[in-house]
Design a protein around this ligand. Structure first.
Ligand SMILES: Cc1cc2nc3c(=O)[nH]c(=O)nc-3n(C[C@H](O)[C@H](O)[C@H](O)COP(=O)(O)OP(=O)(O)OC[C@H]3O[C@@H](n4cnc5c(N)ncnc54)[C@H](O)[C@@H]3O)c2cc1C
Length: 381
């Protein structure tokens, strides 16, 4: 197991400094409370060139490996997972275009994305296709030079934001194996026939999660990503791997922020004439919390390192996602307990981490699905 190299530590520290000095926890909290996208920070990050870091050099990116990227996500998420997601979700979605797009599609979409002028949302889930993601019913029927799409998608985060293109998993063919016959269409969110309705979810308040209704939506054939029938290969493979590494790094970064806040609070809060840190029950709770975050960090770094080396790492990525998401949920719940009533107030951030933690074990594949994947990869030696 490798820990961070000196260069990675410098990189991690510089991202942390940037988040502290140029973004700040109050801004991130405000975006959640006001349910508004962190537009200003997103623009600044685009200007820094951080939206193109992990893209291959031949499409104008910097060719950064996924381990270094995960280190950035850890720090971007230190004051809240949802802030990190506002940056990573469009990025790992756009990576699908870099990996599977035609030269024309790459030219059309990637430069405006790198500049911060265009965003992406990923739409896999449907009312009857949650964990069973391949049970896609939204139907795209070929009609001359375009597809006509009808159906309903669920839980599409960021799909209602300005200048957003939705990468949508649709059924182009009815086949016996439901994973076949799926394709990915790139649909600007202003396309006629689309209705996008915000959902009042517990978390994801700043980028907003939506349901989408499609009524005879016409999508040019040229807007298909990959070939007809390649949808599951695109989404089920590289996309979910990258999404889960980013998610796990973000959960772990936020969990560390929650533990740090709880520790500071325990030193400051005086009851019965002494800081509550002096009570052994509180100290032991903090010790458990930090131990769990450290374990999550090691799992995330291992998964990210293996992914960066293009090793088979389905099990390791699922372990990192599972453990980091459950860690965020556990430590934010314990953090509220340590902060008492104050922990339930938005100004103390812990309730937001708790809401994000509750969503963490569901989005991007539930904890149960991660455990299933881990067990499927386990072999008797
Ligand atoms: C805030 C939020 C944002 C989201 N953003 C996006 C997005 O941007 N794009 C997108 O496509 N989707 C998104 N999702 C959807 C998310 O990926 C799904 O919610 C998730 O995959 C689970 O599907 P489901 O909610 O339908 O639950 P279900 O699949 O119905 O699961 C219900 C319960 O049954 C369990 N279960 C189901 N199948 C099995 C099984 N085989 N074995 C054991 N247990 C099982 C689950 O673990 C869970 O506990 C988002 C969800 C939320 C809540």
């Amino acid at each position: 197991m490798n820990f961070l190299s000196p260069e990675q530590i410098m990189w991690r520290d510089s991202v942390e400094r940037y988040v502290d000095q140029e973004i700040g926890r109050e801004y991130i909290r405000k975006c959640d409370m006001e349910r508004r996208h962190p537009d200003e920070a997103y623009r600044k990050i685009a200007q820094l060139g951080w939206l193109k870091l992990i893209f291959p050099e031949d499409v104008g990116g910097d060719g950064m490996n996924i381990f270094d990227y995960a280190v950035m996500v850890e720090m971007l998420s230190k004051y809240g997972f949802d802030f990190g997601v506002a940056i990573t979700l469009p990025t790992f979605t756009a990576m699908n275009i870099a990996l599977n797009g035609t030269p024309e599609q790459k030219q059309q979409y990637l430069p405006p994305f790198f500049a911060g002028d265009l965003r992406f949302a990923i739409s896999i889930s449907e009312p009857d296709a949650g964990s069973d993601a391949a049970n896609t019913r939204t139907r795209a029927v070929l009609d001359g030079d375009h597809y006509v799409v009808n159906g309903q998608k669920m839980w599409c985060s960021g799909s209602g934001l300005k200048n957003t293109v939705i990468l949508m998993l649709v059924r182009t063919d009815k086949t016996e194996d439901k994973r076949k016959g799926l394709s990915v269409l790139m649909i600007p969110n202003t396309t006629p026939g689309l209705t996008i309705r915000p959902l009042a979810t517990l978390a994801r308040r700043s980028i907003t999660t939506n349901e989408i209704f499609l009524d005879n939506v016409a999508v040019p054939v040229a807007q298909m990503l990959g070939k007809p029938g390649e949808g599951w290969k695109i989404i089920g493979g590289e996309h979910l791997l990258l999404e889960r590494v980013c998610a796990a790094a973000g959960y772990m970064g936020t969990a560390q922020g929650a533990v740090t806040d709880a520790l500071k609070y325990a030193h400051q809060r005086v009851q019965f004439g002494k800081p509550i840190f002096e009570f052994q029950v509180i100290r032991h709770m903090l010790a458990d919390m930090q131990t769990q975050v450290d374990a999550a960090r090691l799992l995330v770094y291992r998964a990210a390192d293996m992914a960066a080396k293009h090793m088979h790492c389905v099990k390791e990525v699922a372990m990192a996602k599972l453990f980091a998401s459950e860690t965020l949920q556990t430590v934010s719940r314990q953090g509220i307990q340590i902060m008492g009533g104050y922990g339930t107030l938005p100004e103390f951030d812990m309730e937001r981490h708790f809401r994000e933690g509750m969503q963490a074990t569901i989005g991007g594949g539930t904890s149960q699905i991660q455990r299933t994947m881990i067990s499927q990869e386990m072999r008797i030696r």
